[in-house]
Every structure is written in structure tokens, then in C-alpha cells.
Design a protein around this ligand. Structure first.
Ligand code: TYD
Ligand code: MG
Length: 465
């Protein structure tokens, strides 16, 4: 019953359907099904016939014991400490890395900088499917990298690119971007899920076969309009996301998957006129324009990956003219704000209903740790009661639904960073299970105030006023 049927492929998750629908059954996204003639169906039937024809004739695999000698691969180090940390100590030969992010965030810029720094002893090829050679050269000049021995190509046909790479035998390949590449084996347009998937598969295979490290650029839009690199994520060894708010210069490179290193690690950069500059001390940067003595603001001592990062949490509680007050959150989870608000209402007796509430993490960082709860609560209390949190204090702790404050991991590292940046005191969890003593005895230069629950936090803040 072979029929060259049209198939509809979700451009967000890659699921195929035989009928068009407004909503993808697999991922629930709206308006993402697009017709792709023969794409998924053709591939599947070809696979079936080839397997059937060769049934019983498979070659015997060479099974080996788990125990064995495998040397740690020599990594290609870019010398940009922030980039190398995120990749887990440099680029691993034969690996494929996806660098995702919004258009215009700086993916091409950072990859050109990395390519130029690694180029030298070994070949580095930069394939641009979006920009002409002249544009890439102009960018390199702007970055002061025009002398570097990077090989350029402006191409989109995968077949041409692969044969060029097979001949050039580079050590590092940058494909900018995977959405512009197309394989002539498929009929669908570049950028569709089947093209993105097929091209990535071929490039990943090239990486494994040749031992080159392949960096793929993937655009993601907030509403998932362009075929999501989500379908590529499981094919590659490492997924890095380049994030940042448009209005800010700070850019954060975050590892969300890494087969060769830790995830959750971040690298912080600043976009300047001469490209991306590393930011070795992000805390100082995030706190640089803080207003002292303002209400509704406090400094949270967080951990990003293996590194402590201090950020300012800002809250504004304002009487609402609306029947349903607004809750707006930037850089933080709206669900956790709702939880902290509910706990403040029920357990600490604060009456926040009827107020619009805005929460913001300054500097464009995204905080996902539960340890930020206490800082969020302090910022809300400070704004609501109009009492400033003393400027020389950092704060961290997780708030439980009962209103008690729970301990969090890596308290020492947080306190050490605070002391290093000249803070004089810290508000820390003092739950009964911490054994009476403060959660961490750190720098003697730092006074620690322990709070067991939101009531004691409230008392502490009021006492300061
Ligand atoms: P780009 O790397 O082209 O983004 P992407 O590849 O993720 O789409 O970065 C584009 C933005 O960066 C553009 O708005 C200009 C800005 N930029 C600078 O501010 N300074 C620079 O030195 C460069 C090269 C770009
Ligand atoms: Mg680009």
C-alpha cells in the first residue's frame, strides 16, 4: 500500500501526522504542522524495505568489555576562559555541538571569535549560509581577527559542503546556521524539520567519522516559528544556549547538555563594539549599577554551575486598579513567585492581594534556583512595607510551603563570594536541622543572621528600619 502521501510535520518537535491539525498532538504547540511531501513517509518505507531485504545478513558486531584503555581526548582550547569552561575544558575532537539562541544575540560573533582563536596549527573551516564572504570578512575586521587563518565558505548545499570538508580535513567546522543548510535528497525547503534533521545527522556523522569538532548554529525564536533545534538536541553531544536580554549588553552562554563536561555551567560575556568580551567577575558586573537604600531590592547569592554569582532581585508591590491584579516576572519563574506570595500571605500574615506585583532579576540573568525564594520574599516585604534591605547584605534560602526556611547547597561558596565583593552580612537559613549552628561558618568578616521562617525574616527587616 505504498502511496506517496503528504505528511504533516510539526516544526517544533518533529512529530509526523497524516492529517493537518491546528495543534500538534505530540507537543501541544499551535499552528506548527506543515506539509512536507514524502519526507517522513519516504524515509520510513525505504528503511523498512532495506531492513527486510537484508534480514539475517547483518555483520557480527565486535563486542568489547567495558573495561579498557581510553585516553582522555586532547581538547581544542580556545583560550577564552568563559567559553572553555562552558564546554567542559575545550572542544572534544569528533563531537558535535549545537549553539542555539535568538537571532541577533551574537552566535555568529562568538563562533567567529572561537574559530579564529583555535585556527593556527590545524585547519578551521567556517561555513556561512546566511552571510556573504564579504560580510564575514567585515565582521572579522571589526573583531580584529582578519589575520587569522580561518578558511571561509558561503554555501548551503550539504553535499558540496561535505565533499569540501572531506578534502580539507579540518579540525574544527562551524556551520552557520543549520536552518539554512539543505540536502538535495529531500524535497522540502531549507529550515523545515526534515531538512534540519537530515543535515544535522549528516554533519554529526561527519564529525564522528573524521574526528573534527562540528559546531552547529541554530536559531530559536520565542514562539518557535523557525524549525526548532529541539529536534537536533538529542543528536549532538553538547547543547549550548546563548541567552541575553535585547536591551542589555550581557550575554550568557549556558550548557544545557554536555556529554563531556558539567551542565548548568555558564559563561558571561559583554557585547561591545569589538565583539564579545569575557566577563571574569559577573557578580561585580550584575551589581555595578545598584542603587543603595532603595526599597524592594536585595542581593541574592546564587550559584550558576560551579560558580557563585550575586545578582540583584527587585520587586515592586503597587496597589492595583484592576479586578485581577497583574503579576509580571522577568528572569525568574512565575510559579515560584506565586508560591512565595501565597506563603507570605498565609504564613507571615502579609496582605498582598489587590496589589500589582512585578519581579525582576537585574542584568538579564535567569535565576532558576529555589534558593532565591528568601531573596524574593525579602524584596517583596521591602517594597510592600517600604523598608530598605541594608545594602551590605546578601541573602539566600529556600522557602517551604509551611513558611520555614530551608538550607540550600553550597552555602560556603555563596558566602565566600559575598565576602570577596565586600558585603558585610548575610541572611541565611537557620532551620532546626542545621544543628543549631549557622549553616556555614565562613569568613569571619561576614556577620550571618539566621532566619528560621518568614516571621523571623519579617522581624529582622523591620528591626533594620
Ligand atoms: P550576530 O553574531 O550576527 O548574531 P546571531 O548570529 O546570533 O544572529 O550578532 C549580531 C549583533 O551583535 C548585532 O546586533 C550587532 C552586534 N555586534 C556588536 O555589538 N559588536 C560587534 O563587534 C559585533 C560583531 C556585533
Ligand atoms: Mg548569525
Amino acid at each position: 500500500m505504498a502511496r506517496a502521501a503528504a505528511s504533516y510535520v510539526c516544526q517544533s518537535c518533529g512529530a509526523a501526522a497524516s492529517k493537518w491539525a491546528g495543534r500538534c498532538d505530540a507537543c501541544g504547540d499551535w499552528n506548527t504542522l506543515q506539509e512536507e511531501v514524502g519526507a517522513a513517509a519516504a524515509g520510513e518505507s525505504a528503511h523498512k524495505t532495506s531492513l527486510a531485504a537484508t534480514r539475517g545478513k547483518g555483520a557480527k558486531l565486535n563486542l568489547v568489555p567495558l573495561k579498557g584503555e581510553s585516553a582522555e581526548p586532547p581538547r581544542a582550547v580556545s583560550g577564552m576562559a568563559e567559553f572553555d569552561r562552558v564546554t567542559g575544558g575545550g572542544l572534544v575532537p569528533g563531537s558535535a555541538i549545537l549553539v542555539g539562541g535568538d537571532p541577533g544575540i551574537g552566535k555568529s560573533t562568538i563562533l567567529l571569535q572561537v574559530a579564529a582563536r583555535i585556527a593556527g596549527s590545524d585547519g578551521v573551516v567556517y561555513v556561512s549560509g546566511e552571510e556573504a564572504i564579504e560580510q564575514v570578512r567585515l565582521r572579522a575586521r571589526r573583531l580584529g581577527l582578519s589575520e587569522s587563518p580561518v578558511q571561509l565558505a558561503a554555501a548551503t548545499n550539504l553535499r558540496d559542503i561535505l565533499s569540501t570538508l572531506e578534502a580539507a580535513k579540518p579540525r574544527l567546522v562551524v556551520i552557520d546556521s543549520i536552518q539554512t543548510m539543505w540536502s538535495d535528497v529531500l524535497e522540502s525547503a531549507p529550515g523545515t524539520v526534515s531538512q534540519v534533521r537530515a543535515c544535522s545527522q549528516e554533519l554529526v556523522r561527519f564529525a564522528k567519522r573524521s574526528g573534527a569538532c562540528v559546531l552547529l548554529v541554530g536559531h530559536v525564536t520565542k514562539d518557535g516559528q523557525i524549525a526548532g533545534p529541539r529536534v537536533v538536541e538529542h543528536m549532538v553531544d553538547t547543547v549550548l544556549y546563548f541567552e541575553g536580554e535585547r536591551g542589555h549588553q550581557f550575554r550568557i552562554l549556558r550548557a544545557v547538555k554536555n556529554r563531556f563536561g558539567p551542565t548548568d555551567e555558564i559563561g558571561v560575556f559583554e557585547m561591545t563594539g569589538e565583539g564579545l568580551q569575557e566577563v571574569a567577575n559577573p557578580s561585580a558586573l550584575f551589581l555595578s549599577s545598584r542603587e543603595e537604600g532603595a526599597t524592594g531590592s536585595c542581593v541574592f547569592a546564587g550559584i550558576e554551575g560551579t560558580r557563585p554569582v550575586l545578582v540583584e532581585i527587585q520587586a515592586l508591590v503597587a496597589p492595583s486598579p484592576l479586578g485581577t491584579p497583574r503579576r509580571a516576572v522577568v528572569g525568574c519563574d512565575a510559579g515560584r513567585l506565586a508560591m512565595v506570595l501565597a506563603v507570605l500571605e498565609t504564613r507571615a500574615g502579609l496582605s498582598l492581594a489587590g496589589n500589582d506585583i512585578y519581579l525582576n532579576v537585574a542584568g538579564g540573568l535567569r535565576v532558576t534556583e529555589p534558593a532565591a525564594d528568601l531573596a524574593v520574599a525579602a524584596a517583596l516585604i521591602s517594597s510592600h512595607l517600604n523598608i530598605p534591605v541594608a545594602a551590605d547584605r546578601v541573602i539566600f534560602g529556600e522557602v517551604s510551603l509551611s513558611g520555614t526556611v530551608r538550607r540550600v547547597a553550597q552555602a560556603e561558596a555563596r558566602l565566600k563570594e559575598a565576602a570577596k565583593l565586600g558585603f558585610g552580612a548575610a541572611i541565611v537559613p537557620g532551620a532546626p536541622d542545621s544543628g543549631g549552628a549557622a549553616q556555614a561558618k565562613s569568613d569571619p568578616s561576614l556577620t550571618t543572621y539566621e532566619v528560621r521562617d518568614l516571621h523571623s525574616l519579617l522581624d529582622l527587616l523591620k528591626g533594620d528600619a
